[in-house]
Write a protein that binds this ligand. Structure first.
Ligand SMILES: CC(C)(COP(=O)(O)OP(=O)(O)OC[C@H]1O[C@@H](n2cnc3c(N)ncnc32)[C@H](O)[C@@H]1OP(=O)(O)O)[C@@H](O)C(=O)NCCC(=O)NCCS
Length: 178
């Protein structure tokens, strides 16, 4: 079996070149129609500002940031929000799961999810929660990986082009990884 064309690692500090590369990934996903908190068109300024805030959260230990890199640079990313209320120290929210269009449907999304689950376990987390556009590529991925579908919330958010979309909430109990 040939090795994956990417490597996945956790960043404990994010430099300016990585902020720019992550902005490219985010812009690519929004241009592709992904509902990931931003409206189209996503300017470079807004994307860079977002990743600078993420970098601050990473430095503060409030977020775990994973990146996937191939020969062309950063091609995917996912985050764990670790800084939750004091009565939820055992869980994290998974967010901003992004794969560049040029490397989709090669298994990177699944690999990032598995890496995020392992990272969460290594941080002592036993439960992960996320939401995804109902019936979208991401929701299908999470269900395939064994995440449990809680239910749908109609009209939860806007797609980048402006129409309302429903979101599906999922959770993953990590006790099988311990
Ligand atoms: C959702 C997303 C992360 C999936 O990333 P991905 O790298 O394409 O994920 P995978 O390759 O693991 O799986 C995607 C599909 O490719 C298929 N696939 C995986 N490896 C494959 C291979 N080697 N050959 C052919 N197909 C393959 C999977 O079976 C899956 O098929 P399905 O969609 O029909 O169920 C990506 O589409 C994305 O970034 N979307 C935009 C951002 C977004 O919506 N993020 C989610 C926020 S909640």
């Amino acid at each position: 079996m040939s090795a994956a064309p990417w490597t996945i690692r956790r960043l404990h500090a994010v430099d300016e070149a990585q902020v720019e590369a992550l902005a490219d990934v985010l812009i690519d996903c929004v241009e592709g129609g992904a509902s990931v908190s931003f409206m189209h068109p996503l300017t470079r300024g807004r994307a860079v500002a977002f990743w600078r805030r993420v970098a601050q959260g990473v430095a503060a230990g409030e977020r775990a940031l994973l990146i996937a890199e191939d020969a062309q640079g950063i091609c995917g990313t996912v985050q764990l929000m670790l800084d939750l209320p004091e009565n939820q120290p055992h869980r994290a929210d998974l967010a901003k799961m992004l794969v560049r269009r040029r490397v989709r449907r090669e298994g990177l999304g699944a690999a990032l999810m598995r890496a995020a689950e392992t990272t969460a376990r290594d941080c002592g987390k036993m439960l992960l929660v996320l939401d995804a556009v109902t019936g979208g590529d991401a929701a299908r991925l999470y269900a395939r990986l064994g995440w449990i579908r809680v239910g749908d919330i109609p009209n939860y958010a806007l797609m980048p082009s402006g129409e309302l979309c429903s979101t599906t909430v999922f959770y993953r109990n990590l006790t099988d990884l311990f």
